[in-house]
Design a binder for this molecule. Structure first.
Ligand SMILES: Nc1ncnc2c1ncn2[C@@H]1O[C@H](COP(=O)(O)OP(=O)(O)O)[C@@H](O)[C@H]1O
Ligand SMILES: [Mg+2]
Length: 221
């Protein structure tokens, strides 16, 4: 489902060169729930962004859902991302001037989906994360855990096969973090979503199928 071959990522600025990823090889099966751990700055977000086609490797190949992604145009990448991938971030990335329901509908605006169908799908996604009673609220009227549940609803509204989460519980207390983890586990087990999650929390990582550890841009286990 996700195949990385010999991935290298080097960031160059005027004065320094940072090797963010060094020869990373990764093969993630359909239906797997994989976690990624490692110290701050070791390349976790870079790796997730490369899997998510938000960033390009300096070297190596990325194959997602059987499709070789090297050489796709920006428009092709955007469309493929929209169809196949759902993203969840530590800081939620919600749009504060839009009510919850509109936030969740956003990914569907880039597809040919009628407004009635968008409402229906967004309500369904919000139901899955237990937030049907907050559709008309604005993000700043919600708790952190609720905001993250909205972000999950937005990530799953287009029924992507792959969910990528970058420290989704990093800004939450442990109770809220566990609720988010329960939702992700349900999406993996019931809806068969393939999930890749970066986390700092060993207890969260233990609940996934496989743990990948990074250190200084290299995979160490
Ligand atoms: N846009 C960028 N420009 C330059 N260096 C970057 C950029 N993004 C990340 N880096 C560097 O790459 C390394 C890996 O970063 P990152 O993937 O964000 O680590 P993590 O998510 O594990 O904390 C770090 O040393 C970071 O400073
Ligand atoms: Mg990071």
């Amino acid at each position: 489902m996700i195949q990385l071959k010999n991935i290298e990522k080097v960031y160059r600025t005027a004065t320094i060169e940072t090797v963010a990823l060094n020869k990373v090889n990764l093969d993630i099966e359909k239906g797997e729930f994989v976690s990624i751990m490692g110290p701050s700055g070791c390349g976790k977000s870079t790796l997730l962004n490369i899997i998510g086609l938000l960033d390009e490797p300096s070297k190596g190949q990325v194959e997602i859902d059987g499709k070789q992604t090297n050489g796709l145009s920006d428009a092709q990448l955007a469309s493929f991302r929209n169809q196949t991938l759902g993203f969840i971030f530590q800081s939620f990335h919600l749009i504060n001037d839009l009510p919850v329901l509109d936030n969740v509908e956003l990914p569907l605006l880039y597809r040919n989906v009628s407004s009635a169908e968008r409402r229906r799908l967004a309500s369904e996604a919000l139901e899955k994360v237990g937030l049907s009673n907050r559709m008309k609220h604005y993000p700043n009227q919600l708790s952190g855990g609720q905001k993250q549940r909205v972000a999950i609803a937005r990530a799953i509204v287009g029924q992507p096969e792959i969910i990528l989460a970058d420290e989704p519980t990093g800004n939450l207390d442990s109770n809220m973090g566990n609720e988010i983890m329960d939702i992700l586990l349900t999406l993996n087990q019931r809806d068969k979503a393939t999930i890749v999650m970066v986390t700092h929390d060993e207890n969260m990582a233990k609940r996934t199928h496989r743990l990948i550890r990074l250190f200084d841009g290299s995979q160490v286990s």
